[in-house]
Design a protein around this ligand. Sequence first.
Ligand code: FAD
Length: 306
Amino acid sequence: VFDVLIVGGGPAGAAAAIYAARKGIKTGVVADRFGGQVLDTLAIENFVSVKETDGPKFAVALEQHVKDYEVDIMNTQRAVKLVPGKVSEIHTASGAVLKGKSVIISTGARWREINVPGEKEYRNHGVAYCPHCDGPLFKGKRVAVIGGGNSGVEAAIDLAGLVEHVTLIEFGAELRADAVLQRKLHSLKNVKVIVSAQTTEIHGDGKKVNALSYTDRNSGESRKVELEGVFVQIGLVPNTEWLKGAIELSRHGEIVVDARGQTSVPGVFAAGDVTTVPYKQIVIAVGEGAKASLAAFDHLIRSSDD
Ligand code: FAD
């Protein structure tokens, strides 16, 4: 039985593991893919105190730091079920049952993809998902934002201050963002909004993105926009499908946590992109992981009777 059993090996899980292990308690991490989303990231320039690194390097550093401590890392293991209790159980796809006196869930999230030709090929070469992360890479260039909900419109406003021109592309007949955001968007001179537009392809020269095609859903005509970047903003999906019914989730599927990372289930904590904590960033996930781990330790010293 682990004192702290962490599910997820991204920045949040790694931070939680280090903080738990430093308390000298039995710590385990079960992860589908240790490293998490940073494995898919190219440049990282906003992890405070590290001016510049890349995702794979950062993931290696995370793992090395965790391995400095006595942490049982169970990689390439997918959790499929949580059974809460005084000792909670995590069931894995391979049939194992892991037990923890406390559990920290840090299974992260994934960006919803538009699934058009060019998206995968040019990911990190013009196709981006995170304006806070990659916006500055497009300084002075032309970009499109796909998605007219709150995140798409916020991204367009954010990017308009950095790039030369933003084309916002929305599938529906109108934007779905809050009115105040739409007003702000429409006040910006270097933003063009196109509604009723279905993105059909992201083009490139083999190395980088150079255009985007869409179909005008009213006329059926195909149109092409020349640009250097495409930000896909059609939703961030938390990896919580396996938790439905076991724990309180928000209407977006995020785990509801309080200021200490406590979930609706006593002894079960959560941290990082998988939770309701806003702004999905590495530096935030790391802080939340540390916090959830300290809260789990607090829980253990208050509930231990052995
Ligand atoms: P994740 O990194 O998503 O890690 C989740 C972990 O849980 C993984 O180990 C995963 O395999 C595991 N897991 C998931 N489901 C299960 C399961 N059922 N069972 C077991 N394990 C499971 N942020 C920045 O701050 N700066 C950047 O420059 C930046 N660039 C980005 C670029 C890209 C392309 C992407 C996709 C994201 C970027 N981000 C960036 C966001 C950042 O990567 C995330 O905020 C951060 O990784 C969140 O950490 P996390 O630990 O909460 O989750």
